[in-house]
Ligand binder design. Sequence first.
Ligand code: CTP
Length: 354
Amino acid sequence: MTEAARQFVTPLSLQVASQDRVYTSLFEEPMAHISLPAKADVMVVAPATANTIAKLALGIADDLLSTCFLSFQGKMIIAPSMNWKMYENRTVRKNLDTLASFGVLQVGPEAGALACGEEGTGRMAEPADILEAIRSVLTPKDLAGEKIVITAGPTREYLDPVRFISNRSSGKMGYALARAARDRGAEVTLISGPSCLKKPDGLAFVGVETASEMRKAVVEAVAGRATVLIMAAAVADFSPKTKSAKKIVKTGEMALALSTTPDIVSSVSSQAERPFIIGFAAETGRHPGRAAAKMKNKKMDMIVFNDVTEPGAGFDVDTNRVEIIDGKGRTKLGIMSKYEVADAILDRFIEIRA
Ligand code: CTP
């Protein structure tokens, strides 16, 4: 804790919360500025004030934190936090650029209410996002060089400006795949239907609504020399034949004429130069055979089957229980977090493509 940090929180509070020793001074333990960094894989400065950022950028070493920075040789993350006008200041920007050129990863800041009572960009990134950055810098980059296009979430097919039909999907599986692939060094394009999830950092994001918009975005992204396409989106299978420009007035019962939407995965798998294609088959009941048939019919290289009626494998939950089917066999996995499922899918991709 720097002196400024101790104006906000006492060392005792952090010691109790972390159940660990808190260091505050350069001289309380001789050589702590050498021994502490030597033990660490990652160094995180959160929150990083304009003053600390300036010191780190210039190599000023006048307290425990800034001396630790100079002797540290691992991965470094900063989470800036300050008033928005200070964050816009050109000296601060220059110092942040300097730190970026040293390979220091910056997380945030975010827009919102600031400690000074003003609104703007300067809030420290959420702890969950800082944790994600830590995980990202520690992950081996075994997907470096891959260009992965991932679809996620549902699509919406409009009847009129206020009504649509859609598929049930939170987008959690596709977003977890995008984060896992990004953390493993891939260049990721995430094409997402409407979802409440926060857009992940460090990837190209394309927001779409309808199946035909998603198809267009996928074809464009794949044409940019994608090596892998992962279709985790729950694409609506049907679209109203006609879309009314005005809200349809309710007059009683109504029959809806539907046409099928374009099959996105097939429009890519039929191309001569095509990426490795991974699809999903969410079924109600244990039908891995149906999933395997879909893989074959749509000319996919791998399909991830899950039974949405099983506990811990349905919609809106953070876990999944899947079976990975590909040309070389079937891998049934136990219940795990969607991020772990994503890693398992990417592991299998590396394994079978080798
Ligand atoms: N998919 C697609 N385009 C569509 C529909 C589905 O690319 N219009 C993709 C999905 O993203 C998924 C795979 O195809 O990766 C299988 O989706 P699913 O809806 O299970 O397949 P369908 O062929 O639509 O079969 P069903 O009749 O069970 O809906």
